[in-house]
Structure formats: structure tokens, C-alpha cells
Design a protein around this ligand. Structure first.
Ligand SMILES: Nc1ncnc2c1ncn2[C@@H]1O[C@H](COP(=O)(O)OP(=O)(O)OP(=O)(O)O)[C@@H](O)[C@H]1O
Length: 367
């Protein structure tokens, strides 16, 4: 005997679990149920799974029931359903802003390594270094001397990004000498960033990662208001002073005039570990500060990067650590990047299905 959809629906309704069922499939005697738990707590997930299994055991004992419980995207309810702000940039699917409240927490290093990890997963990636106070991407990608060429695209002159390790890169650092850039007034810096995005020949990109300056200033406001930023990632160290600023960063993205979803927090320098003794962890900036803040603010926690000497060295020699194979650092960045893509896929659930499919079916990506 096989079952009908209405048999299954009836049991779900009797259990009053309709709100938590995403979908189900029936294959002969096998019923596969996708449920969404309202809370991330293990015991709540287990409770929902047990309740469903027991109800089916009772009402349809001949069925084999398989329940998969995922956690309700914590931000989903609050995600904007409004269209993205700014004019869509032809060919660029997702623009991810990497921000930090406080300077020096490793935001640029994280941005560079996320770009590399996405590229390793098979995505087409661009990286825009919009950090006018300290553009570090040319150094991190070993292209300090590069000068972007001008190319003609459909009769218009555009900047051609510099390519390094398969990433298309543009940086304020390619154009302005550093002493000059830091004294740019807000409007001037915003205009430069606007040009780097709109007047460049980025081609087709799955992701454009934007490394923002630290803090919450004019540049952030103009960037997120003019450019269709898909989501933001906030990098912080676990120490109190950094967390307070990270909170402000979230506040900025949540402002009504900005309304950019925060895809998650990343804890950088989560603990120090000597590479030859990876089990020795020293929580020099405090333990789990960012993870706890993420939980409190109901924002996904994308993962942690330890403080290891090789990450700093890799950045300094122009070969981001994510390019290494199977090191503590590269594994951490891969994990974080996978979580970021998952968080983005959830965020895009509010967009038309084609948008979601585009993300969830990309090479090497978890759904
Ligand atoms: N996990 C890590 N382990 C070791 N060193 C790190 C780590 N993350 C970043 N660093 C180092 O810390 C320094 C600051 O990093 P980075 O320039 O990425 O910070 P930032 O937040 O972008 O700074 P800014 O204030 O300029 O925006 C760099 O020397 C970098 O190599």
C-alpha cells in the first residue's frame, strides 16, 4: 500500500505542525519530510523530529518516515522583500559588502580569503577594495605595481580589473597615492567607489566582494544606497571594544534607508594557535564573543578564523592563506565561505526562484 498526500497532510494537521513543514515527498512507503524548527536549539529540533516520527508511527505504522529538520533562517522574517537598492549591475549576480566596526580586526584579510575560497568552489569572483583608509588588496594579491588598463566596451571606455589568482581586482590603491586618498572628503571617495563599480568591465561575476573601510561613515552610506548590495558580512575580533563597534555596523545596515541584510558575523583571531600544536588554543581576545553576539542579535554566525602566523605571512607575501591546501587557515576560510553561501541562499529565498537556483546549484556549493 502507498499513501497519498492527503494522508500525510492529515497527520501533520492533527499534530498542528503545519507551520513547521516546508515540504514532503512520498516514494512508495517512504515519506521524506523537510521541517523547519522555529529555534536553533538542538532539543527543539529533536522534539519536532520525534513528534513527527511518533505521529506517523501511530497513524501510518507501515510507513518509513525520514525527517530532516533545518533551523528557520533567523533573519528570514525580517529580510527585506523590497527590490535591491540601486540599479542592478549587468552581469553581477551578488554584491557582498565586508565590513567591520573597528579597524585592524582583519576585515581585508577575511575579504581576500573569502574571494579566493569562492573562486576555488568554482564561482566567478571580483573583489573591490573600497578601503580608502588603507587599501591593502594590491599587496595581498601581489599586484602592487599593476595599473588597470582602459578597454572599450560597446563604445564606452571602461577600466579593466587586474586579475590575480583568478580574481578580478580593482582597488582605490591602484589610482590614488595613499597620502592623497586618506584626505579625500566623503563625496570624493564615494564618487571614486561609484566609478570603480559602474565604470569597470567586471564581465560576468557570481560574486563581487567589496572590502569597505572600517567604521560606519559616508562611504558606507553612499555605497549601500547606490549599489545593489545583496548582503553584508561583519568581521570582528572577540574583544569587547570590537564587539561594540560590530554592533554599530549591524545597526548601520539595518537602518531604514539602507536595509541591507546582514548575512552573518565572522569571528577573526578567535584564538591563537601555534601551527605545530593545533590543539593548543589561547583565547587572547576573549572566548566566543562574536558567536555570542550573533546569537543575541539573531544574526547567523558564519565561523571563526584563528590567529595564526601564516595568515599574516601569506597576506604580506601576496598569496592569501586560502590558497593553501588543508591548513588550519584554509579550512577555516572554506567553512566560513560555505556558510556564507548558505546564508545568502536563504536570504535569496525572498527573491524569485530563478535567483535561488542560481545560487544553490553552483559548483561545489552546499545548499
Ligand atoms: N587570523 C589572522 N591571523 C593572523 N594575522 C591576521 C589574521 N587576520 C588578519 N591578520 C593580520 O592582521 C593585520 C590587519 O589585518 P587587515 O588589514 O585584514 O585588517 P582590517 O580590519 O582590514 O584593517 P583596516 O583597519 O585597515 O581596514 C594584517 O597584518 C593581517 O595580515
Amino acid at each position: 500500500m502507498s499513501f497519498t498526500k492527503s494522508d500525510v497532510n492529515k497527520i501533520i494537521e492533527e499534530l498542528q505542525a503545519k507551520d513547521w513543514i516546508q515540504n514532503f515527498q512520498i516514494f512508495g512507503k517512504k515519506i521524506m519530510i523537510d521541517a523547519v524548527s522555529p529555534s536553533p536549539a538542538m532539543h527543539d529540533k529533536k522534539k519536532l523530529e520525534d513528534a513527527l516520527i511518533n505521529a506517523f508511527k501511530d497513524k501510518l505504522p507501515e510507513a518509513t518516515v525520514n525527517v530532516r529538520v533545518t533551523v528557520k533562517a533567523q533573519k528570514a522574517a525580517k529580510l527585506p522583500t523590497a527590490p535591491l537598492k540601486g540599479k542592478k549591475i549587468e552581469g553581477i549576480q551578488n554584491i557582498i559588502a565586508v565590513a567591520s566596526g573597528k579597524g585592524g580586526v582583519g576585515k581585508s584579510t577575511v575579504a581576500a580569503n573569502i574571494a579566493i575560497s569562492l573562486q576555488k568552489m568554482g564561482f566567478k569572483v571580483g573583489l573591490l577594495d573600497a578601503d580608502i583608509y588603507g587599501p591593502s588588496m594590491p599587496l595581498m594579491f601581489d599586484v602592487e605595481k599593476a595599473k588597470p588598463r582602459s578597454v572599450n566596451v560597446d563604445g564606452k571606455s571602461k577600466m579593466e580589473p587586474v586579475e590575480s589568482y583568478g580574481i578580478k581586482l580593482l582597488s582605490i590603491g591602484f589610482f590614488a597615492d595613499m597620502d592623497q586618498a586618506v584626505v579625500w572628503r566623503g563625496a570624493m571617495a564615494s564618487k571614486a567607489i561609484h566609478q570603480l563599480i559602474h565604470d569597470a568591465d567586471w564581465g560576468k561575476l557570481d560574486f563581487l566582494i567589496v572590502d569597505l573601510p572600517p567604521g560606519t561613515g559616508d562611504i558606507h552610506l553612499s555605497l549601500v544606497q547606490e549599489v545593489p548590495v545583496t548582503g553584508a558580512v561583519i568581521v570582528s575580533t572577540p574583544q569587547h571594544i570590537a564587539l561594540a563597534d560590530a554592533r554599530k555596523g549591524v545597526g548601520m545596515f539595518k537602518m531604514e534607508s539602507i536595509d541591507v541584510p546582514v548575512l552573518g558575523f565572522i569571528e577573526n583571531m578567535a584564538y591563537f594557535t601555534p601551527e605545530e600544536l593545533p590543539d593548543n588554543k589561547y583565547y587572547i581576545f576573549g572566548q566566543n564573543g562574536v558567536r555570542n553576539l550573533a546569537e543575541k542579535m539573531e544574526i547567523p554566525f558564519l565561523g571563526e578564523v584563528p590567529l595564526v602566523q601564516s595568515i599574516r605571512e601569506a597576506g604580506d607575501v601576496g598569496r592569501p592563506a586560502a590558497l593553501q591546501a588543508n591548513t588550519i587557515a584554509s579550512q577555516a576560510y572554506t567553512e566560513i565561505t560555505k556558510n556564507l553561501v548558505s546564508s545568502l541562499a536563504k536570504r535569496n529565498e525572498d527573491l524569485p526562484p530563478t535567483e535561488i537556483v542560481r545560487i544553490t546549484t553552483m559548483a561545489g556549493c552546499p545548499t
